[in-house]
Design a protein around this ligand. Structure first.
Ligand SMILES: Nc1nc2c(ncn2[C@@H]2O[C@H](COP(=O)(O)OP(=O)(O)OP(=O)(O)O)[C@@H](O)[C@H]2O)c(=O)[nH]1
Ligand SMILES: [Mg+2]
Length: 374
């Protein structure tokens, strides 16, 4: 299909309008087009070689660069959502009953959660009636504003307190959600700020898990505390806390074995690890970070709820937003659990972790190539 043909319909009109507008946006527009032409079935890029990971520098906090990177990461989510909207509004200048009823289907499929979908639909319908929304472009703008507003309630970056005692972060989640990688990414940031960081291999279940953490520790230059294979994770954690206090570590990141939230004995083990952390430092863990794979879609909400019922979760990291079209699930999770979202993971490299920013996220998830509407 030619580009021109692809650009007919609702998205086409928006692109055309944007192109006629601010020329300074041209670079972004080009990038956006490249993303939209990307083959969705293409597997994510190969993991960087070890050497490259060591060399990759931590991203600076440049706003425009961060937004563009996040937009690249969220391409599949954005593309999927906008494509569905395009299907509804193509050729329509006004919003009719039929378009609104199809909007309901699209919202329900967008993983933003049933409650959010209905709230959005109700608001859009109401505003259409009041003639505040008379054109499809305004629907996107309205949805984006609402997504931003609901996410703002959970925007709360992790503030590590460097005080007289180590700041302890316990990291939990299902198998393969990205716990160990996220730990490494967090550790790298703090190490770059010259902090004394310790990694604790609380995943004694798999020998490879300890090795994986050790490799990251070596790359970043952090101490790794580990025990014998199959040792009780609580005993390792106890020893690690002792060392952390004695050697004045500032940040301690505790890795745990992945577990299904439905496996009760494993969830009990997690509670024991948590209690043990508090034995030497009563206020620990200062953060219980739940790592969630965004590609789980609606199941991610269930996981988060069950983990939170077992152990009070104080923060969430949403990973793998780069490889999924289900990034909207972050909205459902925030609405349902109201737990701070600390980080988003947008790739496998050391610098592919961002502090969660509601405005940037809404913009990256729902913009065409620049703010649409007014
Ligand atoms: N694309 C992408 N991949 C990620 C991200 N975070 C983690 N991964 C990958 O996901 C896979 C699993 O990550 P791990 O960190 O080992 O996950 P885990 O939760 O520690 O897994 P278990 O220890 O087995 O429970 C690895 O291949 C990571 O590189 C992300 O944000 N984006
Ligand atoms: Mg792991």
């Amino acid at each position: 299909m030619s580009d021109e043909k692809k650009r007919t319909g609702f998205l086409g009109r928006l692109f055309k309008r944007n192109r006629q507008g601010d020329k300074t946006q041209e670079k972004d527009v080009l990038n956006e087009e490249e993303y939209l032409q990307e083959d969705e079935t293409k597997p994510p890029e190969e993991t960087e070689s070890d050497q490259k990971i060591v060399e990759s520098k931590l991203e600076d906090q440049d706003e425009a660069k961060n937004l563009l990177r996040l937009k690249t990461g969220l391409t599949k989510t954005r593309k999927g959502f906008l494509k569905s909207l395009d299907g509804i509004f193509a050729g329509k200048k006004e919003l009719d009953e039929q378009a609104l009823s199809r909007l309901e289907e699209v919202l329900l499929r967008a993983d933003i959660g049933v409650q959010t979908s209905y709230e959005l639909l109700e608001q859009v319908t109401e505003r259409v009636k009041r003639r505040e929304i008379d054109d499809p472009a305004k629907v996107i703008k309205h949805i984006r504003d609402m997504v931003r507003q609901s996410l703002e309630h959970v925007e709360s970056p992790l503030r590590v307190g460097y005080g007289t005692e180590p700041f302890v972060v316990m990291v939990i989640g299902v198998n393969g959600s990205g716990k160990t990688t996220t730990i490494a990414k967090i550790a790298a940031r703090h190490k770059a700020a010259n902090r004394k960081v310790m990694l604790v291999a609380g995943d004694t279940f798999r020998a490879a898990a300890v090795e994986q953490l050790q490799i990251w520790g070596d790359r970043i230059g952090c101490d790794v505390v580990k025990g014998k294979p199959q040792a009780d994770p609580s005993s390792i954690v106890f020893e690690a806390m002792d060392r952390a206090i004695k050697d004045d570590f500032e940040l301690v990141l505790v890795d745990t074995a992945g577990r299904l939230h439905t496996r009760i004995p494993l969830m009990e083990e997690l509670k024991k690890v948590r209690r043990t952390l508090g034995k030497r430092i009563p206020s620990a863990p200062h953060e219980t970070l739940l790592v969630i794979d965004s590609s789980m879609g609606q199941n991610a909400i269930l996981q988060a709820r069950t983990f939170n019922e077992a152990i009070p979760v104080t923060g969430i990291a949403m990973t793998k937003l780069d490889g999924t079209s289900k990034g909207g699930v972050i909205v459902g999770i925030s609405k349902e659990l109201k737990i701070p979202i600390r980080f988003v993971g947008i790739g496998e490299k050391m610098d592919d972790l961002r502090d969660f920013n509601a405005r940037q996220f809404a913009e990256a998830m729902l913009s065409v190539d620049e703010p649409v509407g007014d």
